[in-house]
Design a protein around this ligand. Sequence first.
Ligand code: SF4
Length: 267
Amino acid sequence: MKATELHARASADFDAKLARTQALLQQAARDYAPVLPGGPALASLACSLGAEDMVLAHLINAQSLNIGIFVLETGRLHAQTLELMRQLQATSRAPVEIFQPKNEAVVQFVQREGQDAMYKSIALRKACCQIRKMEPLERALADKRAWITGLRREQSDARAEVPFIDDSNPHRLKFNPLAEWTWGDVWFYIQANNVAYNPLHDAFFPSIGCEPCTRAIALGEDFRAGRWWWEDEAAKECGLHVKEEVERSALTPPSLAQPSTPNAQPS
Ligand code: SF4
């Protein structure tokens, strides 16, 4: 059964939510416009190619907003995800940048720990995420003053308090324009606007990450139960969206800024 048929249910106040989302994206584009005409935008969408991020990419393109899009291609993504990435690159008006891990770091890690080291311990799983996700994310955000994510409060207890704008890092603002959307809202938008999505969603993968670390979920299971399923729930927020303590000055110009450890984990 198609995910659209299964999940598309708009909230009663969906139109108001959509308007708030559009306004937040417009704010990000306005406040973080390129320094020079034709230059890169200072705000970018961290696109995991999951349903939420495909909605945001669609909204950015539909409104012709000056916001970039980047994808972390970890080298362990599903074939379906890679195909969607190529499709997004070919059709997006906003530029789509692909960031990959450093080959040498991957080769050394795999030689030392094995191709599937993530199952051996939480430390090795996080080491793999550091090489394949976190370091590329730092590069992706190095010249950005704001980033946009598809985090939603409904996704997990750990995300229940996600704000629309997270200013906990004075160096880089984080916009979460879908914070109040339900899963039904996401799929209603996808259905209504014919947004391309990962066919794995039709196979009961609500949250899609790397192939070795993602599985389908059964009816009644938690939304993120298919991610790192062999670990305790508390260990799962490994990186991209974990709160950081940032002491760097907000006044540091982006060109001089040290790459920060971002509020980790692109979904
Ligand atoms: S999600 Fe899994 S395969 Fe992907 S970077 Fe993390 S540990 Fe490695």
